[in-house]
Design a protein around this ligand. Structure first.
Ligand SMILES: *[C@@H]1O[C@H](CO)[C@@H](O)[C@H](O)[C@H]1NC(C)=O
Ligand SMILES: *[C@@H]1O[C@H](CO)[C@@H](O)[C@H](O)[C@H]1NC(C)=O
Length: 273
C-alpha cells in the first residue's frame, strides 16, 4: 500500500504523568497515515489539595509550562501536511482516571444543560489557545447513568464540531461506558486479544474505527496489555482491518528510558500493511 492511501492512525497520550518528554522526542514514521498526540487530560475539577468537580469548567491538568501552545505549533511545523507524509495532529483528552492521583475524576454534571454549556465554552477556549485538532473522551468513573453521559457527550461533541468543522473525535471505552469491556490481565493471550478486538470492532462498535491499545506504563492502575503482546497478534491475524494503534503513554516510555522502540515498531507495522 502506498503511503498516500495509508489511512492507519498512530496515536499516543502524553502529559498525564508529568514527565519531561517533549512532543518532538517521539519518532514519526513518514509512512503511517496519521500521527496524533493526545494531551491528557482536560478535567472539570479544582486543582487544590481536595479537588472538587466544577460542572464542566475544564482546564488542562498537563504541565502547561511544558506542553505549551508553542510546543504544539513547533511539533506541527516539524511535520507539515503534504503528499506522502502523515498528518500530524494534536488533540486533547477529556476526563482521565484521577486528579494528579489525589482523587478520582467522576463524570458528575449538576445538570445536563449547564454542564454542556460550560464544557463547550471552556474546551473551545483550550482548543483555540492550543490550536488543537480533536477531542478524545476518556471518562473512567461516573456519578450519572449511561443515558445522561451519552446525551451530554453527544451534545458536547456536536457543538464543538459546529464551532470547528473537521474536529477529530474519539472515545475510549471503559467498563462503565461499555459494559462488556474486560480488564486486560497480563496473562491475556494473543488469541484473547484477537477475539476481544473482533467483538468490539464487529459488534459493539460496528461502523466505527476501533484502535488497538499498547501500554508502556508499569503494570499497576492501568492494566492494559504490555507492549509486544496483543496488537501485534491482532495485526498478524487481521492485517488489512486494523485501522490503528494507540499508546499509553509517551510519559511512561520516556520515564522507562525505552527510546520509544515500541512506538517505532508499532508505526512500522502500520506503515507496512
Ligand atoms: C524538552 O525541551 C526543553 C526545551 O527545549 C529542553 O530543555 C528539555 O531538555 C527537553 N526534554 C527532554 C527530555 O529532552
Ligand atoms: C513543568 O514544566 C516546566 C518547564 O518544562 C518545568 O520547569 C517544571 O518543573 C514542570 N513542573 C512539574 C510539576 O513537573
Amino acid at each position: 500500500m502506498s503511503s498516500s492511501t495509508n489511512r492507519r492512525v498512530f496515536r499516543e497520550y502524553v502529559g498525564a504523568q508529568q514527565s519531561e518528554v517533549n512532543l518532538t522526542d517521539v519518532p514519526v514514521n513518514p509512512n503511517v497515515g496519521e500521527f496524533h498526540f493526545i494531551l491528557s487530560f482536560a478535567i472539570d475539577y479544582t486543582s487544590d489539595s481536595a479537588p472538587q468537580p466544577t460542572n464542566g469548567n475544564f482546564s488542562p491538568s498537563w504541565n502547561t509550562s511544558h506542553h505549551t501552545p508553542e510546543a504544539v505549533a513547533g511539533f506541527k511545523r516539524r511535520h507539515p501536511d503534504g503528499p506522502n507524509i502523515p498528518k500530524a495532529r494534536v488533540m486533547l483528552s477529556v476526563g482521565g482516571d484521577s486528579v494528579m492521583e489525589r482523587a478520582n475524576v467522576f463524570f458528575s454534571p449538576v445538570d445536563e444543560d449547564s454542564w454542556v454549556r460550560n464544557a463547550v465554552e471552556s474546551l473551545s477556549a483550550i482548543i483555540n489557545n492550543y490550536n488543537l485538532d480533536g477531542v478524545d473522551i476518556d471518562y473512567e468513573h461516573f456519578r450519572t447513568d449511561a443515558a445522561m453521559f451519552t446525551r451530554c457527550i453527544g451534545r458536547l461533541l456536536t457543538e464543538l464540531k459546529a464551532r470547528k468543522p473537521g474536529l477529530i473525535t474519539s472515545i475510549a471505552p471503559y467498563s462503565d461506558t461499555e459494559s462488556s469491556t474486560p480488564i486486560y490481565g497480563r496473562d491475556t493471550t494473543d488469541q484473547d486479544d484477537i477475539r476481544y478486538y473482533n467483538t468490539q470492532a464487529n459488534n459493539n462498535f460496528a461502523g466505527g474505527r476501533v484502535l488497538a491499545a499498547i501500554n508502556t506504563n508499569r503494570p499497576g492502575r492501568h492494566q492494559h496489555r504490555q507492549p509486544g503482546c496483543g496488537p501485534p497478534g491482532v495485526q498478524r491475524a487481521e492485517p488489512e482491518r486494523l485501522p490503528g494503534i494507540f499508546f499509553w503513554s509517551a510519559d511512561a516510555s520516556h520515564n522507562q528510558n525505552q527510546g520509544f522502540t515500541y512506538e517505532a515498531r508499532a508505526q512500522q507495522m502500520l506503515a507496512n500493511n
